[in-house]
Design a binder for this molecule. Structure first.
Ligand SMILES: NC(=O)c1ccc[n+]([C@@H]2O[C@H](COP(=O)([O-])OP(=O)(O)OC[C@H]3O[C@@H](n4cnc5c(N)ncnc54)[C@H](OP(=O)(O)O)[C@@H]3O)[C@@H](O)[C@H]2O)c1
Length: 228
């Protein structure tokens, strides 16, 4: 019988999600990964032994369909990575109702809705539920006012995660709100500090270190605690 750990990675077409899959595979994990457009997932397919499922996290019917599809599977790690930067203009007067609604739904509401659907499939005791937050979601962080709406959406994700954790009841698992660093991806841009590999190596190390510890922690890819 295989003793490999199992992961479900949400949003793995590119960037950090793709990097997480690569790092986990290199560590011998069995990985199921979701993309919005499977016909456009060559980079993920090229990694080899990955089960690829289609999911737009904003689509409740698709979330329900995926939970049916993966019924009975137990995951050592559920990592909700998918997220968006939001509108180009992030001043309160510069963004539309639709843009703000989309940003907050995708970054703060959809991840928790998904977690609610799958939490019963995370391994009791040693399982980890990870959300891709950001240090920009810390309400103590004064930087990057040009990303004010994105920052607020990640603060909202942290708040939604806190509410979710408070309702977990008896289930023993570890919940991580993770900051990956500032990473060179489509979202992070070329001028970012870190390459994807360095960030995802650190993120997976934190998942391994925190497994079995329980509680909810806001940390970066190096394991340093971030103030809420
Ligand atoms: N890069 C950084 O410096 C940085 C720093 C802090 C936090 N983060 C967070 O890290 C996560 C990944 O960011 P990234 O830099 O890798 O960004 P990215 O390159 O823009 O990738 C975003 C990923 O999210 C997916 N996605 C977006 N909306 C989705 C939805 N509704 N349903 C399913 N998948 C969806 C995208 O899929 P498609 O290919 O289909 O669009 C893509 O796979 C995000 O949550 C981001 O906020 C990034």
């Amino acid at each position: 019988m295989s003793t490999a750990k199992t992961a479900l990675i949400i949003g793995a077409s590119r960037g950090l999600g793709l990097g997480l899959v690569k790092t986990l595979l290199a560590d011998g994990w069995h990985v199921t990964a979701t993309v919005r457009a499977p016909h456009n997932a060559e980079a993920l397919q090229a990694l080899g032994d990955v089960r690829i499922e289609k999911l737009d996290m904003d689509d409740q019917q698709a979330v329900i369909a995926l939970s049916q599809q993966l019924k009975g599977q137990v995951f050592d790690l559920l990592f909700v990575n998918a997220g968006v930067k939001g509108p180009a203009v992030q001043t309160p007067g510069g963004a539309t109702l639709a843009e703000v609604g989309q940003l907050f739904f995708t970054n703060a509401v959809a991840p928790i809705n998904l977690a609610q659907r799958f939490v019963g499939q995370i391994r009791e005791g040693s399982g980890v539920l990870a959300f891709m937050s950001s240090v920009l979601g810390s309400v103590t962080m004064p930087d990057a006012p040009e990303l004010a709406l994105y920052k607020a959406s990640k603060a909202a994700l942290n708040s939604m995660t806190n509410s979710f954790v408070s309702q977990l009841g008896e289930q023993q698992l570890t919940v991580l709100s993770l900051h990956p660093g500032w990473v060179k991806t489509d979202m992070g841009g070329e001028g970012a500090d870190l390459d994807v590999e360095t960030s995802t190596r650190g993120l997976v190390d934190q998942v391994n270190d925190y497994a079995g510890k329980g509680g909810h922690h806001f940390i970066n890819y190096k394991g340093e605690t971030i103030p809420w």
